[in-house]
Design a protein around this ligand. Structure first.
Ligand SMILES: C[S@@+](CC[C@H](N)C(=O)[O-])C[C@H]1O[C@@H](n2cnc3c(N)ncnc32)[C@H](O)[C@@H]1O
Length: 253
């Protein structure tokens, strides 16, 4: 694939996920469910034997495990921006670190998959189109991402923690290249509740998802954040944080 320049926020995203790596696997329960559902949906449309598979943004392996539980894979290539993710990869897989936009790939892939990662890519249509070029005819693209309601509470309070490419399910019709035929598209919003702002911010840090936030929190900032969040969104259940996952499965014509 042709190299694209490194994105300006990539270093921050990498640092943020690296910092959360020890806590990610157990803290990222939504991402674990989302990865499982992606593999489950794929299993309803794709054959269960796949020769060449590439997964990017593997993190600690939620999707890798979900795919291995449901499919027989001969050659598994894994990628993440954070080189330390190699420690979570199965020994039979090849791990390639760095931005997915720069990973060398063959042109006969049966499946390209990724969970909870593509929202971090600045130029989503270009990267998806370039990746699709590496699928064989009949090959599969299986992605989960997040829609425009993802963390909307944070954004409406002025946080810059948002990833650059939140897209709703229907947006994927325009993002995918014409050669990719959609076989599954869904979106299902859910809310997690926190007793206070510290617990909510800790959740973001532990799951590494505040990669675009540059803010350092003083005690005064924290108090102001808690007050605004409670005034605007607080309920007897606590402080809500919206997740807005999207699942996309397409086949190359
Ligand atoms: C939210 S985690 C998802 C991990 C795993 N797929 C899961 O479902 O739990 C996002 C991962 O994408 C990686 N990532 C972000 N931008 C990337 C890029 N441009 N290329 C490769 N990996 C990237 C991060 O380092 C992080 O491990």
């Amino acid at each position: 694939m042709k190299d694209l320049p490194t994105q300006p926020n990539q270093t921050r995203v990498q640092q943020s996920f690296r910092r959360g790596l020890d806590t990610y696997h157990s803290a990222a329960t939504h991402q674990a469910d989302i990865a499982n559902r992606l593999a489950e949906c794929l299993a309803t449309v794709a054959p269960n034997a796949l020769t060449n598979v590439f997964e990017f943004g593997v993190g600690t392996g939620h999707l890798t495990q979900a795919i291995q539980d449901r499919f027989t894979v001969n050659n598994l290539r894994l990628n993440d921006l954070v080189p330390e993710c190699a420690a979570f990869a199965p020994s039979t897989a090849t791990f390639l670190d760095g931005p997915v936009q720069q990973v060398p790939l063959p042109n006969d892939l049966d499946l390209i998959c990724s969970a909870s990662t593509v929202q971090w890519l600045d130029d989503l249509p270009t990267t998806i189109s370039q990746l699709s070029n590496h699928l064989r005819t009949g090959g599969w693209l299986a992605l989960s991402s997040f829609g425009t309601a993802q963390f909307h509470e944070l954004r409406s309070l002025g946080s810059n923690a948002a990833a650059p490419s939140y897209c709703d399910a229907e947006d994927w019709r325009a993002i995918l290249p014409k050669t990719m035929k959609i076989k599954h598209l869904s979106q299902a919003r859910r809310v997690e509740w926190f007793p206070n702002a510290i617990a909510l911010l800790r959740h973001l840090r532990d799951t590494g998802v505040n990669g675009a936030a540059s803010q350092k929190w003083s005690a005064k900032d924290l108090k102001a954040f808690e007050t605004s969040y409670r005034d605007r969104f607080g309920t007897p259940q606590g402080l809500p944080l919206s997740y807005d996952p999207v699942w996309v499965i397409a086949q190359k014509a």
